[in-house]
Write a protein that binds this ligand. Structure first.
Ligand code: HEC
Ligand code: HEC
Length: 253
């Protein structure tokens, strides 16, 4: 047998090979064909689900929790302080020093860069969608894909940084004290107290502030603070189970 050729490929092809082996070989070829076609179909399905090019991704986030969770965002806890460094370097020229969409390059752009300080708009956005927008870019706009210029963790940190730019100054600290009093008795100081509904579940990166607030109201309206703004600050604090906020809050108004 020639060197370098595996025995199972060529051992039965000799002049003395019995018919049974030939049949087995044909079967094997057939099987290989079936597997090959299967792989092609799988590949086609996969590429259909991966948003690479094509129409602009939706601006409104997908409805959340773990249902339909796909492994397309990192599971690691994000660090907005790290993200702020990438932002200053790569993003602020369009999105503005403090995220108001007013960078020096912004005036010429259509559509204009997103204003991450617009609280009403940001209330409906999710960290997971922001990660995808940063990773893939937004076709037809000046927003370019940052994969692979920034690695996955850098994109993750930056996604949370821009997403948290709408967090009003001091709200995380205020939300924390409300949470400790009104929520921690059940949910635990780190959000893991209700095992079936962990507030630190990484899948919650697909939830917007609006979704979390609506969930609190729906599940246990009796715990909702009387003052609407207290619920908003608790929601800001709850999101810190998923990421490290930039507590310096520099430049916030
Ligand atoms: C050349 C200008 C430019 C630069 C640089 C830029 N962006 Fe953008 N970005 C845009 C524009 C324009 C849009 C708005 C697209 C739209 O309206 O759909 C956008 C949209 C986004 C969105 C989606 C926001 C939303 O609510 O839909 C995110 C997230 C984002 N940018 C993050 C970043 C990050 C992070 C960086 C740096 C790594 C960055 N951008 C760098 C121009 C830029
Ligand atoms: C008396 C115990 C208790 C208290 C107090 C409590 N929770 Fe809950 N919470 C639960 C339980 C139990 C669930 C899960 C119920 C379910 O999924 O049906 C839940 C679910 C949730 C959810 C998930 C809702 C969803 O989307 O499914 C959020 C978010 C939440 N709580 C936030 C809070 C916040 C914020 C506070 C304080 C303001 C709070 N909870 C106070 C027991 C409590």
């Amino acid at each position: 047998m020639p060197a370098g050729l595996p025995a199972d490929e060529h051992g039965s092809c000799g002049p003395m090979a019995p018919t049974r082996s030939v049949t087995r070989l044909t079967l094997r070829r057939l099987l290989r064909g079936v597997v090959y076609v299967g792989v092609l179909i799988l590949a086609a399905c996969w590429s259909e689900r991966t948003p690479v090019a094509g129409p602009t991704p939706p601006r409104t986030p997908l409805p959340s929790p773990s249902a339909g969770w796909r492994d397309d965002v990192p599971r690691a806890r994000a660090d907005a302080v790290e993200g702020s460094k990438y932002y200053a370097r790569y993003c602020s020229q369009c999105h503005g020093d403090f995220g108001a969409g007013d960078g020096p390059g912004a005036a010429l752009l259509k559509p204009p860069p997103t204003n991450f300080r617009d609280a009403a708009y940001m209330r409906a956005q999710t960290p997971a969608w922001y990660y995808r927008a940063i990773t893939n870019g937004i076709p037809g706009t000046a927003m370019a894909p940052w994969d692979p210029r920034l690695d996955a963790q850098a994109r993750w940190d930056t996604a949370f940084y821009v997403w948290s730019l709408a967090t009003p100054p001091g709200s995380v600290a205020r939300g924390e004290s409300t949470y400790v009093q009104r929520c921690a008795p059940c949910h635990g100081i780190e959000g893991a107290g209700v095992p079936a509904t962990r507030l630190d579940d990484p899948a919650r990166v697909r939830e917007s502030r609006a979704t979390v607030a609506a969930g609190v109201r729906q599940v246990h309206p009796e715990v909702v603070p009387a003052d609407e703004s207290d619920l908003e600050t608790v929601v800001e604090f709850v999101s810190t189970f998923l990421y490290e906020p930039d507590r310096s809050e520099k430049g916030r108004r």
